[in-house]
Design a protein around this ligand. Structure first.
Ligand code: PMP
Length: 361
């Protein structure tokens, strides 16, 4: 007899949940999890390898628990006058978010975000025992400062996650919304800027709001623009006291010596690492224009992906693309699919495959 989860003494609040499960199918064109599909340049790969080769000699010892050099590197990369004391990092921004939810969420507490948003937020919150409260957006996925503040006042959550540009919709969020939410909230406010590097260059970051707001944190990741998803490195900036709270819940030595060495070397090469961003943004805009021409309704995106509507049967279209070797994402929004901007060739393969299926509904 095969065992089911119900046969184990699982926590009651985890019963009935399904794990994060974006398919990892070995298709030639994988545009489903918003990765940077450009491999890191050879010269940078060699430079990073040199540092890893040195670091491997030290793996008999535990890593620097405070990842001092890495925090210095992130402070320098982010600018805005940030100091290393204001930086935290983890194995992906998912872990950084988990640290925040462990410290400020947990049993009896609530976490809030404007749905549809990143599907891991409810899972990370529930994993710590916190209850997830979904807020709402306008039909075009925007939110005004007034309605955002109103919803936050009503829900009165312990933790709020604002995703900008928002996954899975691509929608940017004005800093006026962040300010209004912070004012309306008594809890922690996280601005998840995982895709910030793909936004227009003059788009202000919530990093500019950190001064004087001790309950605010801005998280970022190396998984997207930096083409470093497999290395698992995410980070955040906040008040040094906020960072101290995260030290209470992290496991000691959570960032391996090899991860720290790789990330520091990658950041040293950030100009080259980020060299692909412009091209990805071009492909994103080409996707939007071509989808419009095909009769679909793409939503405005400041990220490296496009959510598009006008699909009669997303499940069927997803399968037809799959059968043509192209993996996109069904994010569960009726009539919609999401596609990441790939290289020029991958993007062309997606657009050709979609065109071969027929036009929009
Ligand atoms: N935030 C958002 C909005 C994301 O889309 C993702 C990845 N899809 C993450 C955080 C987590 O990324 P990582 O753990 O790779 O840093």
């Amino acid at each position: 007899m095969t065992l089911s989860l119900n046969d184990l003494p699982l926590r009651d609040d985890l019963r009935g949940l399904t794990p994060y499960g974006a398919p990892q199918a070995p298709l030639p064109i994988a545009l489903n999890v918003n990765e940077n599909t450009h491999p890191i340049p050879d010269a940078v790969a060699s430079d990073i390898l040199d540092d890893i080769a040195l670091a491997i000699r030290d793996v008999n010892r535990y890593p620097d628990r405070e990842f001092t050099t890495l925090r210095e590197s992130f402070a320098e990369y982010l600018g805005h006058g940030l100091t290393p004391e204001q930086i935290w990092a983890g194995n992906g921004s998912n872990e950084v978010l988990q640290h925040i939810l462990q410290a400020f969420g947990g049993p009896g507490r609530t976490a809030f975000g404007f749905a549809p948003t990143y599907s891991m937020y409810p899972l990370i919150a529930q994993g710590t025992g916190a209850r997830w409260i979904p807020g709402t957006r306008q039909p075009d996925y925007t939110i005004t400062p007034e309605e955002a503040a109103e919803q936050v006042r009503t829900a009165d959550p312990d933790v709020i996650i604002l995703c900008t540009p928002n996954n899975p919709t691509g929608t940017p969020l004005g800093l006026d919304v962040v300010e209004a939410v912070y004012e309306a909230a008594r809890g922690i406010v996280i601005v998840d800027e995982a895709y910030q590097e793909f936004a227009p260059h003059d788009a202000p970051s919530a990093l500019t709001l950190l001064e004087g707001r001790p309950r605010l944190a801005v998280s970022r990741t190396m998984s997207k623009a930096f083409a470093f998803a497999g290395a698992r490195v995410g980070y955040l900036a906040a008040d040094p006291t906020f960072i101290d709270a995260l030290r209470l819940v992290r496991l000691p030595y959570h960032l391996s010596t090899l991860t720290q060495a790789a990330a520091v070397a990658a950041l040293r090469n950030s100009d080259v690492m980020l060299g692909m961003v412009e091209e990805i943004v071009e492909q994103r805009d080409r996707i939007t224009a071509t989808l419009e021409a095909l009769g679909y309704t793409p939503h405005e995106s400041w990220s490296n992906f496009v959510l598009f509507g006008g699909i009669a049967d997303p499940r069927a279209t997803w399968q037809q693309l799959f059968d043509r070797g192209v993996l996109v994402r069904d994010v569960g929004i009726p009539g919609h699919l999401r596609v990441s901007a790939g290289t020029e060739a991958e993007t062309t393969a997606f657009l050709d495959a979609l065109a071969s299926i027929g036009s929009a509904s």
